[in-house]
Design a protein around this ligand. Structure first.
Ligand SMILES: NCc1[nH]cc(CCC(=O)O)c1CC(=O)O
Length: 308
């Protein structure tokens, strides 16, 4: 139990999913420390990722769009910590900012919305997504599919689907669940569609120099989630991956070790290079090597996607 001299300022984006995750974080802190509802103040920061909705993320500057303004607010001491979907946090972070904690991970799978299964989709199905990974995995499962750009928050994408802009779309189960939409879509087995690195994990960042805040946030961190997600992110480092690149990775704890799976997929779904490995917890070096070795095995065209 820790006493506070003033309310803590929790920075978040303003999307419904971001706010839900901010509230989860506040609830975890309050429960752990016995604080009242005024102990954590939620500060919403609009990001350019939220403002620009009509172009693919990869096209307009990538994941930095989600973090830049929250990074700035942290550095300007406008907030004490920032809550993010780990999936949206860039692989390489500024030295001044540290991933301090992660909440227990939710369902890591993707859900197919609009059809009961990939086989149940009509011929030449139109599938809406803006994720290169999901697009490639869809093409692998359904080479006859046409992938169209779907961006915007979860509600916007569901509205596009309802308007008939596609036969189906794919959304993270974690996001749907946190928005109270657990009844939407059908979970796709991991073996059919390996999720994005960090999918389903909520992370909390603070300044690397703020030892008190790092200690405080550690009190609500789920170490299993943290170690697995860090291993997945290390694969991304090895790949030099950005969100332009179709990459899937998932780490799971098995008998005290991380069972790490990763794959890269060509945009047409015809080439998959994958690997699975058991590594010690926090052996990020081996995870990084795994990423690099995927690239070495890829065809020149697939490898070219990773050369910025
Ligand atoms: N890029 C958007 C985004 N970032 C995190 C989630 C879902 C929540 C999570 O994976 O933790 C989503 C929506 C989606 O992919 O359906």
């Amino acid at each position: 139990m820790q006493k506070l001299s003033r309310p803590l300022r929790l920075g978040t984006r303003g999307s419904p999913l971001a706010l839900a995750q901010a509230h989860m974080t506040r609830t975890a802190l309050r429960a752990r420390h016995g604080w009242d509802e005024n102990a954590v103040e939620i500060v919403t920061v609009q990001t350019s990722g939220d403002r620009i909705q009509d172009r693919a993320l990869a096209e307009i500057g990538g994941k930095a769009l989600w973090t830049k303004e929250l990074d700035r607010a942290l550095l300007a001491d406008e907030i004490d910590f920032a809550v993010h979907s780990m999936k949206d946090v860039e692989t390489i972070r500024p030295a001044e900012i540290r991933i301090a904690a992660m909440l227990p991970r939710a369902d890591v799978r993707d859900r197919l919305v609009g059809a009961a299964s990939f086989e149940a989709l009509p011929g030449q199905p139109v599938v809406g997504t803006s994720s290169p990974r999901r697009a490639a995995q869809v093409k692998r499962l359904r080479p006859d599919a046409k992938v169209v750009l779907f961006r915007g928050n979860v509600a916007t994408r569901l509205a596009k689907l309802a308007k008939g802009e596609a036969h189906a779309t794919l959304l993270a189960a974690a996001g749907l669940d946190r928005l109270g939409q657990s009844d939407v879509g059908v979970a796709i087995p991991i073996d059919l569609m390996l999720p994005a690195p960090s999918q389903g994990a909520v992370g909390i960042e603070t300044l690397s120099g703020n030892a008190a805040m790092l200690d405080l946030l550690a009190t609500i961190s789920d170490t299993d989630t943290f170690d697995c997600v860090m291993a997945e992110r290390a694969v991304l480092v090895g790949l030099g991956g950005t969100c332009h690149s179709p990459i899937a990775a998932l780490g799971r704890l098995e008998d005290g070790q991380i069972h790490l799976r990763a794959e890269i997929i060509s945009p047409d779904g015809q080439e998959t290079i994958g690997d699975a490995l058991r590594i010690a917890r926090s052996d990020v070096a081996t995870a990084e090597t795994m990423g690099r070795s995927l690239l070495e095995r890829a065809s020149p065209t697939l490898r070219a996607l990773f050369e910025a």
